[in-house]
Design a protein around this ligand. Structure first.
Ligand code: C2E
Ligand code: MG
Ligand code: MG
Ligand code: MG
Length: 288
């Protein structure tokens, strides 16, 4: 009986795996047409200065408005785009759209764009950035590229070349999800990085935890002494906001400030934000 049961569960398991693989293949096929069909959207999440609470930038976050499945998050399809070689084409669309959107914002608001390791290793990413800036007319200093530490581990040379290109063009580099990777601290001094984005896992739900306090303080200290900016990601409550501001983070981003929103909503956000300087649309909680 045990044997039958075992065989049964193996069959069930491979059936589920088969189904997942089929689904992935289906999405990969549909992904090929998604950009041209106008199904890709960029949502923008405000990043505010920690002392003034004014919006200084927005992070462009990719969404796929799938005809049957609804709005898909990047976690569902970026991996597929990477493994099927489509990330280069999709990433080029993201860069060009983000620069075009940002060109219509006030000049003191920048745009941050995520570039994955798979994109970095396809040569020509520097050229794609250059084209996106030229065609949109966006000043290079208003574009920031977010990369993760993971890129240094396997693609150090290409990453270095890309970062030097960006630096020469005046485009800033931020290290995303900082603290979660395997890279050594040496990287942040060796490469032209201007910002450390402290990963959400150190921030969300962490205000009372001593170790998290130590981690964030240490990152803020390193960044300060190296003349870098810090952004606390994933600030989800009033308490967390007060906490990371007190620890000296330069910028904050998270649901407590604002959720990612469609481009048109972000344009409105900026307008109401400008009308009442320093006070975001949603009332900000008092600082503890
Ligand atoms: P990320 O770059 O670390 O982006 C931040 C993610 O955290 C976003 O998820 C955002 O919606 C979410 N987030 C922001 N504030 C909060 C908060 O307070 N609480 C919580 N729980 N989450 C928060 P999203 O939009 O699902 O993006 C996931 C990841 O997908 C991004 O992580 C980024 O690595 C990747 N991604 C997004 N857009 C692109 C893109 O255009 N190209 C590439 N290559 N990757 C992208
Ligand atoms: Mg990011
Ligand atoms: Mg991040
Ligand atoms: Mg992330």
């Amino acid at each position: 009986a045990a044997k039958v049961e075992q065989r049964g569960s193996v069959a069930l398991f491979s059936e589920a795996m088969q189904k997942a693989a089929d689904e992935k293949r289906g999405l990969a096929e549909e992904l090929k047409l998604a950009v041209e069909a106008g199904q890709m959207e960029l949502h923008y999440q405000p990043i505010v200065d920690a002392s003034t609470m004014r919006a200084v930038a927005a992070e462009a976050l990719l969404r796929w408005r799938h005809p049957r499945r609804g709005l898909l998050s990047p976690d569902v399809f970026i991996g597929i785009a990477e493994s099927t070689g489509q990330i280069g084409r999709i990433g080029a669309w993201v860069l060009s759209q983000a620069c075009r959107d940002a060109a219509s914002w006030p000049e003191d608001v920048s745009v941050a764009v995520n570039v994955s390791p798979a994109q970095l290793v396809t040569n020509g990413t520097s050229e794609i950035v250059r084209t996106a800036l030229a065609e949109s007319g966006l000043a290079a200093k208003r574009l920031e590229i977010e990369i993760t530490e993971a890129v240094f581990v396997r693609h150090g040379t290409q990453a270095e070349e890309f970062m030097r290109d960006m630096n020469a063009m005046g485009v800033r580099i931020a290290l995303d999800d900082f603290g979660t990777g395997y890279s050594s601290l040496g990287y942040i001094t060796r490469f032209p990085v201007s910002k450390l984005k402290i990963d959400r896992s150190f921030v969300s739900g962490g205000a009372a935890i001593k170790e998290r306090n130590a981690i964030i303080s240490a990152v803020v200290g390193i960044a300060r002494s190296l003349n870098m900016i810090t952004t606390a990601e994933g600030v989800e409550s009033a308490g967390e906001l007060a906490w990371v501001r007190n620890l000296g983070c330069t910028q904050v981003q998270g649901f407590q400030v604002a959720r990612p929103m469609p481009a048109a909503a972000f344009a409105d956000f900026l307008k109401s934000h400008a009308a009442t300087p320093g006070i975001p649309k949603r009332p900000m909680p008092a600082i503890a």
